[in-house]
Design a protein around this ligand. Sequence first.
Ligand SMILES: CC(C)(COP(=O)(O)OP(=O)(O)OC[C@H]1O[C@@H](n2cnc3c(N)ncnc32)[C@H](O)[C@@H]1OP(=O)(O)O)[C@@H](O)C(=O)NCCC(=O)NCCS
Length: 273
Amino acid sequence: VNEQICVDDLNASFSGDVYGEAPSNDSAWFREHVARNDVDLARSRRWTVDGALSGIALLAFRGDRAWLGGFGVVPEFRGRGLARRYLAETLAIARDSGAASVELEVLAHNAAAIALYEGGGFTHIGDLVVWTRAPLAVDVESGEHVGEGGELHSYDVAAVTAIARTPATCWQREPRSVAAASPLERIVVGDGEGGARGAYAFMRYAHDRVSLDAGARDSASAAALLVRLDARVPDRKLMLINEPPYGPLHDALVAHPGWSEMTRQRRMRIALR
Ligand SMILES: CC(C)(COP(=O)(O)OP(=O)(O)OC[C@H]1O[C@@H](n2cnc3c(N)ncnc32)[C@H](O)[C@@H]1OP(=O)(O)O)[C@@H](O)C(=O)NCCC(=O)NCCS
């Protein structure tokens, strides 16, 4: 019986010092995570010990690549070698599914998980920064959006691929994930004008914040993009997850007021053949 994994299983497996005593991901978030990132619940795992949930692994597939999009052991079962066993089973599922590699991102301060993955054969392939910008201005009278605003459209994979950076910085920022987050607002800067080669952002409005996918080919365009974002959405929190700690966009984020590094992730990968 393949008991389908649900958000409560993920929260139970994530609880503890890294993600908080009681992580509060909700079922809407979980459904989006699965749909946007091609998580395959039929090839993901939910383990039990004497009928009690002991751990989960979420596996996603794209072509011949796999991604570990969630992995954890329930706190009372930690420290007895279960994660090592569950990780090996997860890699076996990926291999049996024809995957040539498995990739993942792990918080840079999650020493236990990093040691686990290194022990399982994963290697460090890069670092990623999670950037955030607090709201600059809110119209307190009306509580209304005070930015210029823009139009929301549904962008398909081809439309995202046409302007997105290559390679994407990580699984969750590949065109399939970005397009699946539609409707989106798009900003394009210096598109061939004045020698600038351009920068872009896809903006997803969610609750009180805007999540971005963005890229820049030169520093002038990167700086101009951040100015445009401030004008467009001064009243909401901005989030740019998983940006490499180098390149024109990184340098512009360091230099532009308001942006700060929230946390860092480590990218890891294992070749299966
Ligand atoms: C990381 C996690 C999965 C480890 O589970 P576990 O069942 O306790 O791990 P195991 O007992 O199988 O240990 C396997 C290896 O993990 C590493 N590890 C586990 N706990 C550790 C700790 N507290 N400190 C350092 N390394 C640790 C070690 O390398 C260990 O191998 P060793 O025993 O040969 O030293 C578990 O702590 C967890 O679920 N954490 C919360 C969710 C999470 O962070 N998931 C990863 C998201 S990317």
